[in-house]
Structure formats: C-alpha cells, structure tokens
Design a protein around this ligand. Structure first.
Ligand code: HEM
Length: 163
C-alpha cells in the first residue's frame, strides 16, 4: 500500500486528541479561570467557572478516550511494552500514562461524583480560596502535561538516547 498506514493514522489521531485536550487545559488555566476570578463577585465565581468549563469537559472526555485508544494502538503496533519496565530514557512513556490516568480519573470519576459537591461546600465558606486552589491545581496539571508533551515529541524522535 502506498504511503499511508494504520500506524500513521493512529499517530495523527493521538496527536490531534492531545492537541485539543491539552490546548483546552491551557485555555482553561490561563484564560478562563483568571477571567472568572476577575469578572464575577467572589461567591458567583465557582458557578460561572463550572458552567463554562462543563462544555470543555465533554470535549476533554472524548479526547482522553481517543488519546488512550490511539496510544494503546501505538504501543501494540510498535511492540514497545518493554519500555515500561526499562528505566533508561523512557520516563516520558510513564509520563503519558500517568497524565492520562490523572485526567481520566478527574473527568470520569472525581469531577462528576466528588469535586462538584466538595467545591460547592468549600466555596460557601471560602469562595476566594476555593478558586485560588482550583487555579493552582490546573497550573500544576498544565505544567506536568506540557513537560510530558515535550518529552514525548523529543523521545519519539530519539531525543533521550544519546550516543
Ligand atoms: C494511555 C495513554 C497513552 C499511551 C499508551 C501512549 C502511547 C504513545 C506511543 C506508543 C507513542 C509513540 C512513541 C514512539 O513513536 O516511540 C506516543 C506518542 C506521543 N504521545 Fe502518547 N500515549 C498516551 C497518552 C499520551 C498523553 C496523555 C499525552 C500528552 C500529554 C501524549 C502525548 C504524545 C505525544 C506528543 C507523542 C509524540 C508524537 C510524535 O511526535 O510523533 N500521549 N504515545
């Protein structure tokens, strides 16, 4: 067959899913949360943030599913399961799975079943502190995700193996 194969398609889907997902996290962290904190009165900030963020959460859920499936396909097609038990140069493989697992847990379990109620309780007592904490957690998640993206692009192209 000429040029195109399932491996190339899986890689393209993987990168597209990651692009929309982590790009959205960057927008939420750097634009949406600061904007919500700036334009609403403190007690209304959480509700405004949750209503706006909900639209992205749905997109993020689909992106996480697609990134996971295409990622698994890539591991299988490349035959690189052994990377997970090899400490040298493959930190970014563990990084991808770790970032995936954290977001999957957040988006499919914690946010709908735990965080929504928890945040509402906290926000009644300390609205400013609750938004500050939400912003901090997003900052940490974004930083780790970007480090893994950079590590995975460099790593996929041999960047962590010298000599
Ligand atoms: C279950 C989760 C995941 C699995 C199994 C997985 C697996 C893989 C595999 C096997 C590759 C190809 C590596 C190579 O060519 O040597 C890859 C590439 C890549 N992955 Fe993942 N991945 C997962 C999640 C993620 C996440 C969450 C991110 C972003 C934070 C990510 C970002 C990337 C990037 C940027 C590339 C490089 C694409 C390129 O430059 O060609 N992956 N992934």
């Amino acid at each position: 067959m000429s040029g195109f194969n399932d491996f190339a398609i899986a890689r393209a889907l993987h990168v597209l899913a990651v692009l929309i997902w982590i790009g959205g996290v960057a927008f939420v962290t750097l634009v949406l949360i600061p904007a919500c904190r700036g334009i609403a009165e403190a007690p209304a900030q959480l509700e405004l943030f949750e209503r706006l963020e909900q639209r992205f959460a749905a997109i993020a859920r689909w992106s996480v599913l697609l990134a996971g499936l295409s990622g698994l396909w890539l591991v299988w097609r490349l035959g690189v399961w052994a990377r997970f038990s090899d400490p040298a140069g493959w930190w970014w493989m563990h990084g991808m799975v770790a970032v995936w697992a954290i977001f999957a847990l957040m988006l499919f379990v914690l946010e709908p079943f735990v965080l929504h109620k928890l945040f509402a309780q906290h926000a009644r007592r300390d609205p400013v502190g609750t938004m500050a904490r939400i912003q901090r957690v997003h900052g940490v998640l974004l930083t780790v995700s970007l480090a893994v993206v950079a590590g995975a692009v460099a790593g996929s192209h041999g960047g962590w193996h010298f000599g």
